[in-house]
Design a protein around this ligand. Structure first.
Ligand code: ZN
Length: 320
């Protein structure tokens, strides 16, 4: 059993920029990189293992070979890999969208709903995002404003700053604005209902598909009631400090500033380490196992036990 470095999957959606390539070392042949899927067992963009006995396998194939115990006992209640983690570079704004909850997703075509968390890494001054409504509106008003293109008038716009955390429960309308680079931790689903796309055209020259009927079913037409954070304050530990960004039944996420950290991947959950800045080595009992730098992603199997991260780095640390 050993930690694995993951090759990430890039997406060139129309609103993306080039910062993930230039600053985070992501590789793609496309003109732009909108999203880099850093930890994914989703068939739309699987992570591929880069080292060790399972080199060349996707994360999903690895799970089939190694067995679900590498996810940990706290993941046993999920039929599939529970989370999906992305870096997102929104040069332009994203469509206004909503995700269903698990119950609605099951009833309508299967799969899972989606609860997600955004962690703002960088942004242009004055950049903002939409997050729920300014005030409660009726279904009729929602439908009318989608039709006449005035929905934005009743949305809640939050200005963002590096270090802000937004927790987006299923059913909360949302849209990332232009000029924002963020990390997204979400339930493993790609089920998105697009409500409004500012009249833009997709790569094929046609408007991208909208999902108005489903959105009307699942959208909570009122101000968002989810936590904006981070949820914790910075804790000083021996050799590192950390701040709790979000904790929910699906994921627990910390931002860690590390010089030398003793961590323990016990039987309960795997660890996902995503290097947001700097570089570090991962060691087991003093022996180097692998090194990581900004933009790289490492999966540590549950039950690997204690290990050390040593260097000068900032990590997004996620467990289930
Ligand atoms: Zn979303």
């Amino acid at each position: 059993m050993q930690p694995m470095k993951l090759k990430t999957a890039c997406k060139d959606y129309i609103w993306g920029g080039n910062r993930l390539r230039l600053e985070y070392g992501q590789q793609s042949d496309a003109d732009r990189i909108a999203e880099s899927w850093m930890l994914s067992a989703h068939p739309d963009g699987p992570s591929v293992i880069e080292n060790g006995d399972y080199k060349g396998l996707t994360l999903q194939e690895y799970l089939q070979k190694a067995g679900k115990s590498v996810l940990g006992t706290d993941c046993a209640r999920f039929p599939d890999f529970p989370v999906l983690i992305k870096l997102i570079d929104a040069k332009d704004k994203l469509s206004i969208q909503v995700h269903p909850d698990d119950a609605y997703a099951r009833e309508h075509g299967g799969g899972f709903g989606k609860t997600e968390m955004w962690y703002i890494l960088d942004c242009e001054p004055g950049a903002g995002l939409y997050y729920g409504f300014d005030h409660e509106i009726s279904k009729e008003e929602f439908a009318r404003r989608i039709n006449d293109g005035t929905l934005e008038e009743v949305l809640h716009r939050a200005e963002v700053h590096p270090g802000d955390m937004f927790f987006i429960k299923a059913g909360t309308l949302h849209a990332i604005g232009a000029g924002i680079l963020l990390a997204e931790v979400q339930q493993n689903s790609n089920l998105t209902y697009r409500i409004y796309d500012y009249g833009r055209l997709g790569k094929d020259g046609k408007p991208r598909e909208l999902h108005i009927e489903q959105a009307k079913d699942v959208t909570q037409l009122k101000p968002a009631d989810c936590p904006v954070g981070p949820q914790g304050s910075r804790e000083e530990k021996n050799g590192y400090s950390r701040i709790l960004l979000a904790s929910c039944p699906i994921f627990t996420v910390y931002d860690m500033e590390v010089k030398e950290a003793e961590l323990n991947a016990d039987e309960k959950s795997f660890h996902s380490l995503i290097c947001l800045d700097g570089k570090a080595d991962l060691l087991k009992e003093g022996n180097p196992v692998l090194s990581m730098k900004k933009g790289e992603s490492v999966f540590v199997p549950a039950g690997y036990g204690s290990y050390t991260v040593k260097g000068n780095c900032r990590l997004l640390h996620t467990t289930v």
